[in-house]
Design a protein around this ligand. Structure first.
Ligand code: ADP
Length: 478
């Protein structure tokens, strides 16, 4: 149970739907997070700058009042001290007034009065510069402003102000929380809509799978068609092509099986008729027995030949891995074939002539090539006339060797030329019985030659003769 669950999970993570979902989530969420961070940062920067500017303006005014009322010499001025208290209350801050000798002459917190403060910022302000620093960690802004007489440009002291930014941080936290809510909603929406959208996008692919399954289960008998995307169109087109090929293979297999059954049944039927007629008669003369038994023997021979040829054909239908390639003298091989067939040719007084100009050495499968060439020479003898000839020539160039088998036989009608390499095809079925063909010879020959990556062609003139030309590469390559 748990393995099935794991498998399903794994399948989902490998699915196109999951990948589209991931892309949508990345596209939808990453920019949202970046934008949220950017907004929060610039909000913080902006509010801190605004707060610093406001406080600075107020402090500048206060500094002018300090000069006008000679606060440095009269630090007990109630008006000014009242303003200090007001300012520090409004901004939750602290104001220190530092005199020329870096001594603190007023502190709204009353902590450092009389102490000396020599910080870098204070020193810089004594040189006429205003400074402002935002301490993000401790949540405060610290500013130093020179107390300067605008007319004489004399600097009497420095005002040091620290104001809390807790308020800003608090509003930032609220904003951040709202942003988080918004982001969670965006994530959920992207996940829901992404899941639905990814489902819609991959639907055509699911349809392709369903169509293929329907076809496999036998609900559909035609080609499949899912034209939603170019990709699904390409997949279904490729599938249809494969289907056509499978169908044609199935058709040819069925045709082959029915041909085989028919061919195997014919001699059996003849034998049965012959045997029945003998069984059904009383006092049959011995001569008739002998004649019928002779016929039965011929039928057995025929059956035997068909089965032998079928076995050869089945062997040749196997893969290239079954080729036993060796370097061989093909001229010697032809010589051997002719030696074996000469007695058969002699029965019809047919001349077998071998024309070879030089020994041809090639990489071939001896058994298969012998089968192919024997069939061609045998046919040359079988379909010849008395006192005829079969001329076999062998030649070579740098890439191929060529064998031609020409005969002075009956020839093949033009309309049959295209079909003679088909299994069980015979031009003249009525004569085939006496000649003893199975209709498989040329099919075996062609298969054997094709397995050598060669070609076989035929040229024939009815009544004059036939020539088969074979071309095979000298070097075998897989
Ligand atoms: P079969 O066993 O009948 O000879 P093949 O496949 O070898 O079968 O040949 C198919 C048919 O092609 C033969 O039945 C015959 O009619 C024709 N044929 C083949 N070779 C020749 C040839 N050299 N001359 C004339 N007809 C031929």
């Amino acid at each position: 149970m748990s393995t099935i669950f794991k498998d399903r999970n794994w399948k989902f993570f490998k699915s196109l739907r999951f990948r589209i979902l991931v892309i949508l989530v990345v596209i939808g969420i990453v920019p949202s997070v970046i934008i949220e961070n950017g907004i929060l940062n610039s909000y913080e920067e902006r509010t801190v700058t605004l707060r610093s500017n406001t406080v600075k303006t107020q402090c500048d005014i206060l500094c002018n009042q300090l000069i006008n009322q000679d606060y440095v010499n009269n630090p007990t001025s109630e008006v000014i001290n009242g303003e200090f208290t007001l300012l520090s209350n409004v901004y939750s801050g602290r104001i220190l007034i530092i005199y020329e000798d870096y001594k603190v002459i007023n502190d709204t917190y009353d902590l450092d009065k009389g102490k000396t403060i020599i910080s870098e910022e204070v020193v810089r302000s004594f040189r006429g510069e205003s400074t402002s620093n935002y301490d993000k960690e401790n949540n405060y802004i610290e500013m130093t402003i020179p107390i300067e007489d605008a007319e004489t440009q004399k600097i009497y002291g420095v005002m040091l102000i620290s104001i809390s930014t807790n308020e800003i941080v608090a509003s930032l936290a609220i904003l951040e929380q709202k942003g988080l809510y918004l982001l969670t909603i965006i994530v959920l929406l992207v996940l829901i809509f992404g899941y639905i959208l990814a489902g819609i996008l991959v639907k055509p692919f699911a349809r392709v799978t369903r169509s293929i399954e329907d076809l496999t289960d036998g609900y559909l008998d035609e080609n499949i068609s899912v034209r939603d995307y170019t990709e699904t169109e390409l997949i279904t087109d490729a599938f249809n092509k494969m289907l056509t090929r499978v169908k044609s293979l199935d058709d040819s297999r069925q045709e082959f099986v029915s041909n085989v059954s028919h061919e195997l049944k014919t001699p059996l039927t003849s034998m049965k008729v012959l045997a029945d007629s003998l069984v059904g008669q009383e006092n049959v003369p011995i001569e008739l027995y002998q004649e019928f038994m002779q016929d039965i023997t011929e039928e057995i021979d025929r059956e035997n030949k068909i089965i032998t040829d079928l076995l050869s054909l089945v062997k040749l239908d196997k893969k290239a891995a079954d080729m036993h390639i060796e370097k061989l003298n093909v001229t010697d091989l032809l010589d051997l074939i002719l030696k074996r067939l000469r007695p058969i040719a002699a029965k019809q007084n047919i001349d077998l002539i071998l024309e070879s100009f030089k020994p041809v050495i090639a990489e071939v499968d001896e058994v298969k090539l012998t089968l192919a060439l024997s069939n061609l020479v045998e046919n040359g003898i079988k379909y010849n006339k008395e006192n005829g000839w079969v001329r076999i020539s062998i030649n070579t160039d740098s890439k191929y060797f060529y064998v031609t088998i020409a005969d002075s036989g009956r020839g093949i009608p033009k309309d049959s030329l295209d079909r003679i390499f088909e299994r069980f095809y015979r031009v003249d079925k009525s004569h085939s019985k006496e000649i003893g063909g199975s209709g498989l010879g040329l099919s075996i020959t062609k298969n054997a030659i094709v397995m050598h990556h060669g070609v076989v062609k035929v040229h024939s003139e009815e009544g004059e003769g036939t020539t088969f030309s074979v071309r095979i590469p000298l070097h075998y390559s897989v």
